[in-house]
Design a binder for this molecule. Structure first.
Ligand SMILES: O=C(O)C(=O)CO
Length: 364
């Protein structure tokens, strides 16, 4: 009886051990195959800059093997070409030129390019299109932020805020004075918006609240939303000759490159204020410097210039009638976070084989 019990107990123990071993082996092989499967199928994504907002980055990291350029300054082209090799997707910034050479370096696995910007002038559209690669971008989310920055430049230039602020530190504020640091005002003035799109329209809406006299705009077609707020579609010459403030919000495309040059500034009023929140290359900068120095126009407010960052010995930095900001149009905390989330979703939609679900696909 005792022997039977002992044999039974040993069998039971063996069975239990067998079960445990079998289960363990099953589990580990399953886990192993999971790991293998996982690393085989997780797409590779390259992010061209360190320090992107966490929320967007996390979305990518949850599903992809993400390689990030470790510095907070733009990636040199040679590094970009090395790091982009064999990736499935790239999340880039407006400082990264993606041209034929970079695309060749990436190779045939590259399925999507998502730029964390509304501007796409840094992308070689022809080369990307010839490879059938969808482009994601971030329109819409930065409209308010950029329009607000435009308002800041309009007020800073017309009311000479930076110049006046510097004057205090230089000990030049002697007393309240009837004409010292006087400038123009927005109310009652004529506004010209060159290349009215989402941002230009939002600026026009804000300006209505300032009681401006007229809002004129140029764009390829008349915009019903602009007409609805009383803005008038005109040709560029009419806009230049009539406007007290000329605001550039156009995209940089071959037709707008150096649209503002000597002849353009000559058509403007000599009391006009020029604002650029688009791209520096829309302006022939030496002509702008000349116009500002010789009072052919009154002032300029620039969020963009050539090159960026502007060299510290640039003539532009020596001019009291020029207000410069370091390309801050979209630089609100919320906006930049949203831009990053949209960019990540643009990448993921394509990697999930659902390009139609990209939050913002660039049509080209
Ligand atoms: O998104 C862009 O294109 C910008 O210029 C951001 O400021």
């Amino acid at each position: 009886m005792l022997t039977k019990v002992l044999v039974g107990a040993v069998r039971l123990q063996r069975n239990t051990i067998n079960c445990i071993v079998t289960d363990y082996l099953k589990l580990t092989s399953c886990q192993l195959s999971n790991i293998a499967h996982h690393s085989m199928t997780r797409p590779k994504v390259f992010v061209t800059r360190a320090g992107l907002p966490e929320a967007g980055l996390k979305l990518l990291q949850d599903e992809c093997d993400v390689d990030i350029w470790e510095k907070t300054n733009p990636i040199p082209k040679s590094e970009l070409m090395a790091r982009i090799k064999n990736v499935d997707g790239v999340l880039c910034l407006l400082t990264d030129k993606i041209d034929d050479e970079v695309l060749n370096a990436a190779g045939s696995k590259l399925k999507v390019i998502a730029t964390m910007s509304v501007g796409v002038d840094h992308l070689d559209l022809k080369a990307i299109k010839s490879r059938n690669i969808p482009i994601g971008y971030t329109p819409g989310v930065l409209t308010d932020a950029t329009a607000e920055l435009t308002m800041a430049l309009l007020l800073a230039t017309s009311r000479r805020l930076i110049e006046a602020n510097r004057a205090i530190y230089k000990g030049e504020w002697v007393s309240w004075s009837p004409t010292w640091m006087t400038g123009g005002k927005l109310s009652g003035s004529n506004i010209g918006i060159v290349g009215l799109g989402r941002i230009g329209l939002r600026v026009a809406e804000y300006l209505k609240g300032f009681g401006v006299a007229k809002i004129l705009y140029t764009s390829r077609t008349e915009k019903p939303a602009a007409t609805a707020i009383g803005a008038v579609h005109v040709d560029l010459d009419t806009l230049l000759r009539t406007s007290d403030f000329v605001i550039v919000t156009t995209a940089l495309v071959p037709e707008t490159k150096e649209l503002f040059r000597k002849e353009t500034f000559e058509k403007m009023k000599n009391t006009a204020i020029f604002i650029n929140v688009s791209r520096g290359e829309v302006v022939h900068q030496p002509s702008l410097i000349e116009a500002l120095k010789n009072n052919k126009i009154r002032a300029a407010g620039l969020d963009v210039m050539t090159p960026e960052p502007i060299p510290l010995d640039s003539e532009l930095l020596k001019l009291d009638n020029c207000v410069i900001t370091p390309h801050l149009g979209s630089a609100s905390i919320e906006t930049r976070a949203e831009m990053c989330v949209i960019s990540a979703k643009n990448v993921l939609a394509v990697l999930h084989n659902k390009p139609e679900e990209m939050p913002a696909k660039y049509n080209y």
